[in-house]
Ligand binder design. Structure first.
Ligand SMILES: [Zn+2]
Ligand SMILES: [Zn+2]
Length: 390
């Protein structure tokens, strides 16, 4: 089959690789009808995520048709149309039973790598480095889905691929980020990063009853997309002092909750952002946390800072003193996709949101190398790329 493979920093190639096969009785093979490039794939593309190997198949947002089912899987049938969560979960361990699906204890065969770094391992992930299990990803014609009697979620034919594909990651991720804010009527939520996850965090905050969202980015087209659906103020961080503006917009109190949908490769022009850039360039620091510092500075006392953006290492100049003094709650982590799939499918079916609003580019697998570059550069108004492998 054809697949999009990683070969190092800014080097992805479309290659012929062996078709995936059933390895365990609970597996299924999915013929992929739609797949997407995620903002977190750009961290791989930039070479900042460790334990990637040459030839690894990328992609963790995919859906398609079941074409083969293992002998121990009684839940799926050949022909079922499914969306596959990017986090892999066994369904039986302590964490799965607690609905903490992205923390599954049994789905990462390379748990020892994460344990060395973090003490414990989270769940395995599709297409996201060997530390997260080394599972071949979904930017391919087919994928093997482990624990396929737990993860893949059947979706009705009445909805198009583009309406349900993002249930695999970015819609639940944005939604969990907003839910973590414990939104009350009247709340103002500030969201850094108007990429795909930021867009879903913004829309989810409004769905969950926020009075207003303040969206922060420096791409005019992304800010325009964020404000298209109302109750959203936009700030361009190149033009304004973001924490000062947020104070002004909230009567001096600060945002009730702040969402960092940027993560470890933050850009900025302030002194601390330049410091981060210099230290990470010299390999003296692992993450650039300029956004997170702004979020902590801009949050009201007793508020929540919610972090869907990916961080990987040990944070330098992290303002824990400010977080402590203001009694902030910090919430973060990979998305418990399995928990949100049914709830969000219902919201789509009720017409509350059509997730296809973020799509700006559609292409075939062959265009992947060019599209990674376009998406990285935010060129041509690129917000979200969907690929059709067949
Ligand atoms: Zn993703
Ligand atoms: Zn589990």
């Amino acid at each position: 089959m054809k697949a999009v493979c990683y070969y190092g920093k800014h080097d992805v190639r479309v290659e012929r690789v062996p078709d995936p096969q059933i390895l365990n009785p609970r597996d299924a093979i999915v013929r992929i009808t739609s797949t997407a490039i995620c903002g977190s794939d750009l961290h791989l593309y930039d070479g900042v995520i460790p334990t990637m190997q040459r030839g690894d198949i990328l992609g963790h947002e995919f859906m398609g048709e079941v074409v083969e089912v293992g002998s121990g899987n009684t839940r799926l049938k050949v022909g079922d149309r499914v969306v596959v969560p990017f986090t892999i979960a066994c369904g039986n361990c302590y964490f799965c039973r607690e609905q903490l699906w992205s923390l599954c204890d049994n789905s990462n065969p390379n748990a020892w790598m994460a344990e060395k770094l973090y003490g414990f391992s989270a769940s395995g992930l599709f297409g996201y480095s060997h530390m997260y299990g080394g599972y071949p990803g979904g930017q391919a014609e087919y994928a093997r889905v482990p624990f396929a009697d737990v993860g893949p979620f059947k979706v009705p034919r009445s909805l198009t691929d583009e309406q349900v594909l993002f249930l695999s990651d970015i819609f639940p991720t944005g939604y969990m980020a907003a839910e973590n804010c414990q939104i009350k009527p009247g709340d103002t939520i500030a969201v850094w990063g108007c990429g795909p996850v930021g867009q879903f965090a913004i829309r989810s905050a409004l769905l969950l009853g926020a009075q207003r969202v303040i969206a922060i980015d420096h791409y005019a087209d992304r800010l325009a997309l964020a404000s298209r659906y109302g109750r959203v103020d936009t700030l361009n961080f190149d033009d304004v002092d973001v924490p000062a503006m947020i104070r002004d917009l909230t009567g001096g109190r600060g945002a009730d909750a702040c969402i960092d949908a940027v993560g470890l490769e933050a850009h900025g022009t302030t002194v601390d952002a330049i410091y981060d850039r210099a230290k990470t360039a010299m390999y003296l620091a692992t993450d650039r946390l300029h956004t997170l510092r702004q979020a902590i500075a801009s949050c009201r006392k007793g508020g929540v800072v919610s972090i869907p953006g990916v961080y990987g290492g040990w944070l330098d100049k992290f303002p824990l003193g400010a977080a402590f003094a203001k009694a902030l709650t910090l919430r973060m982590g990979q998305t418990h996709v399995h928990r949100y799939l049914p709830i969000l499918l219902e919201r789509i079916e009720r017409g509350e949101i059509d997730p296809s609003f973020v799509i700006t580019h559609r292409c075939s697998l062959d265009d992947a190398p060019e599209m990674y570059k376009t998406f990285l550069d935010k060129a041509d108004g690129c917000v979200k790329v969907v690929m059709k492998p067949h």
